[in-house]
Design a protein around this ligand. Structure first.
Ligand SMILES: CC(C)(COP(=O)(O)OP(=O)(O)OC[C@H]1O[C@@H](n2cnc3c(N)ncnc32)[C@H](O)[C@@H]1OP(=O)(O)O)[C@@H](O)C(=O)NCCC(=O)NCCS
Length: 243
């Protein structure tokens, strides 16, 4: 179940009352959902694979169990990361100022291009970054991307005990069907509009800019740290140097 989860066939007719528009959700959040945080969520490419692995391998065993649906060991987690298809799927991430990947989401599309009406969502947030709304924001971001990619339904396969994930899905308007220890959540998506496409474009640009700033700040800090670390040596060198 780690990557190839069964895809649900697209609905024959969609119930407009259940349609979801991530953009509307941002401007008019549902009552009870945390404030619509402006979180810089960026799309990740294959050059982020090592950081994705670091993030997933740092998850505690129970979190990996919730994330993948089974107790994935290090080798299985690494295999999942190595097999991520950045061309077919969309991977989203949130970085902190130290450039640690503190949250990531995987929106998986069906390999069969004829069944691209459905996409599957999986997410994880580092323990220290939970409860800040990142999980919900990644869900909204993925739903917006799926919608703009022409997908009609986003699907989440979760363990029934995963009340946090199911709460995120329910609050976004998904229908949750429980089947014993496992649950499936389905979110019907509105067709894309010019507005939804522009919103995604702007959000991605802002997130890329935020990332570049973090890279520069980190480089500056590292360089400054290096200079500071060398300073005592430099003083010693001066003292020892012939006058
Ligand atoms: C599920 C997970 C991604 C949630 O991430 P998060 O960033 O902490 O979630 P959010 O902060 O967006 O919280 C979403 C909602 O759940 C609630 N919540 C958060 N932690 C909770 C907990 N331990 N118990 C119950 N509710 C909780 C929040 O209060 C929020 O509700 P609100 O909108 O009413 O305020 C995170 O817990 C995680 O990585 N778990 C391990 C992996 C996993 O289960 N992945 C999902 C399977 S695909």
């Amino acid at each position: 179940m780690i990557e190839t989860k069964e895809k649900v066939p697209p609905p024959s007719d969609r119930d407009p009352a259940m349609w979801f528009s991530p953009m509307e959700a941002q401007t008019a959040p549902s009552p009870g959902r945390a404030s619509p945080l402006m979180v810089p969520i960026r799309s990740l490419g294959a050059n982020h694979r090592a950081r994705i692995a670091r993030h997933l391998l740092a998850l505690e065993p129970h979190d990996r169990y919730l994330r993948f649906g089974f107790a994935a060991n290090d080798a299985q987690t690494q295999r999942y990361t190595d097999s991520l298809d950045f061309e077919r799927d969309e991977i989203f991430g949130i970085y902190n100022r130290r450039l640690d990947l503190i949250a990531m989401a995987h929106l998986a599309f069906d390999a069969d291009s004829k069944r691209r009406d459905c996409a599957e969502f999986g997410v994880s947030v580092s323990k220290t970054a939970r409860g800040r709304g990142y999980g919900a924001r990644l869900f909204d971001r993925a739903a917006m991307h799926a919608r703009n990619a022409g997908v009609g339904r986003m699907f989440i396969h979760a363990l029934s005990e995963n009340t946090t994930m199911l709460k995120i899905a329910r609050k976004a308007g998904a229908t949750v069907e429980r089947d014993g220890s496992e649950s499936d959540a389905h979110l019907l998506l509105l067709p894309a509009t010019l507005d939804s496409r522009l919103t995604e474009l702007v959000e991605e640009q802002l997130a890329q800019t935020d990332y570049r700033i973090k890279v520069h700040v980190k480089q500056f800090r590292d360089a400054l740290g290096g200079v500071m670390a060398r300073r005592p040596d430099a003083r010693n060198d001066q003292r020892d140097s012939p006058k």
